[in-house]
Design a protein around this ligand. Structure first.
Ligand code: NI
Length: 424
């Protein structure tokens, strides 16, 4: 996931769902050979954790992935989308295909954990669990290659640069779906706070679009004691900020969730000078492109008309990073059944609350039907000793992926592929 959710109030953390930890052990139907492979998967995961690499710099990680796949006899495409890796497992004669996607990149965070597998790279850390996502998909790859209880093609997508770099988009731009046609794509992210052995998902919008704006207001500088000789960009900025805050409350349909946050205002350098210029910067989050179009247009109109009223000039830049992540209903129902077969229906919440975080798997879901799910990462107790005493939240410097998830996530991937490519 691209954006930190560091809520102080877990119940307001988005994506809340119920799981029943007491029943998890009983309900869980893990694949034995994957469970037997758990220690090795953990070793791979911790090795990747110790060697984090940022967006499009995942050279070592990609090589670890590609070599493992080759070791298990899986054909590999290297360098797709910069540092992306694609593994291809074919079996039988069916034309059916499925894409399973994991992300590989780390974050520019200084890790404060002190356990043995802590980051060896200063200022870089796997603080979002992409090390675990990579290891879970590797576990599935090994099983699928060795057991082959499916008819069709499994594409294993190891993508770079999820954290703001749009690695999914870059793989697509370099022909991922044209060269390797997939009927559907599936993604998965760990979710701290939700019990181990639980899954959460929802059909339709599940994560928000992420967008940035920057407004420059040009006035006319003057002495602060003679404001009538200038055009005050600060007053203009204040008026625009007020106007913008009416967009969500007065222009958007109240049933459409949206956030417009101004996070920076920069202007001025002294107590006795009215500056020439002011700048306002911030972010907009929405669950649909229509709402986003509306907000961007209203921001533009309010900024230019307000500035005109004050004789100021504005330059408005609006940059769309990631689109909203929208799960396709049919594939979501399919994924829910598979998750229930792995951990029991009572441990799958098929209607989790959407989160305002963003995720570049959204690009893939714009082109292909599919579904993105959350897998519970537990309450943080797995970090026995050596963790930095901070919360086990995504993007927190004392976060760590929970290795107990490895066989659960890998089993989900395998069952999903086997069900999609069912042998008839
Ligand atoms: Ni993430």
């Amino acid at each position: 996931m691209e954006t930190a959710i560091l809520a102080r109030h877990p119940q307001r953390n988005g994506a809340r769902w119920s799981g029943n930890p007491a029943n998890v052990e009983k309900a869980m139907k893990l694949i034995d050979p994957i469970v037997a492979f758990h220690a090795e998967l953990q070793e791979i995961r911790r090795d990747i954790h110790a060697h984090p690499e940022l967006c499009f710099e995942e050279h070592r990680t990609a090589e670890v992935v590609a070599r493992k796949l080759e070791e298990w006899g899986i054909p590999v495409v290297r360098g797709l989308g910069g540092t992306g890796v694609l593994g291809i497992i074919r079996n039988g004669r069916s034309e059916r295909t499925i894409g399973l996607r994991a992300d590989m990149d780390a974050l520019p965070v200084q890790e404060i954990n002190t356990f043995a597998h802590k980051s060896k790279h200063s200022g870089k850390m796997h603080a979002c669990g992409h090390d675990g996502h990579t290891a879970m998909l590797l576990g599935a790859a090994r099983y699928l290659a060795q057991h082959r209880n499916f008819d069709g093609t499994v594409y294993l997508i190891f993508q770079p640069a999820e954290e703001g770099g749009g690695g999914a988009k870059r793989m697509m731009d370099e022909g991922l779906f044209e060269k390797y046609p997939m009927q559907a794509v599936f993604g998965m992210h760990n979710w701290p706070g939700a019990p181990v052995g639980s899954f959460g998902v929802t059909a339709g919008p599940m994560m928000a679009s992420s967008n940035e704006f920057e407004l420059t207001i040009r006035g006319k500088g003057s002495h602060a004691a003679q404001p009538y000789k200038g055009i005050d960009p600060i007053m203009t900025a204040v008026q625009i900020a007020q106007g913008w805050q009416t967009i969500v409350s007065r222009n958007c349909n109240p049933v459409d969730a949206a956030v417009l946050s101004i996070t920076q205002i920069h202007a001025g350098s002294a107590t006795n000078i009215i500056p020439d210029e002011a700048r306002m910067i911030g972010t907009v989050r929405t669950f649909s492109t229509e709402v986003l179009d509306l907000i961007e247009q209203r921001m533009r109109d309010i900024a230019s008309h307000t500035a005109a009223a004050f004789d100021a000039q504005v330059e408005f830049q609006f940059h769309r990073n990631y689109p909203p992540l929208i799960n396709h209903p049919e594939q979501t129902a399919f994924a829910v059944e598979v998750m229930a077969s792995v951990v029991g229906a009572e441990n799958v919440d098929a209607h989790v609350e959407p989160t305002m975080g963003a995720e570049d798997f959204a690009f893939m879901l714009q082109e292909k039907p599919g579904c993105y799910v959350f897998i519970g990462n537990g309450d943080g107790a797995h970090r026995d000793g050596g963790h930095g005493a901070g919360p086990c939240n995504l993007h927190n410097p004392s976060y760590d992926f929970n290795d107990a998830l490895l066989p659960i996530g890998a089993t989900y991937w395998v069952r999903l592929a086997e069900a999609w490519l069912r042998v008839s």
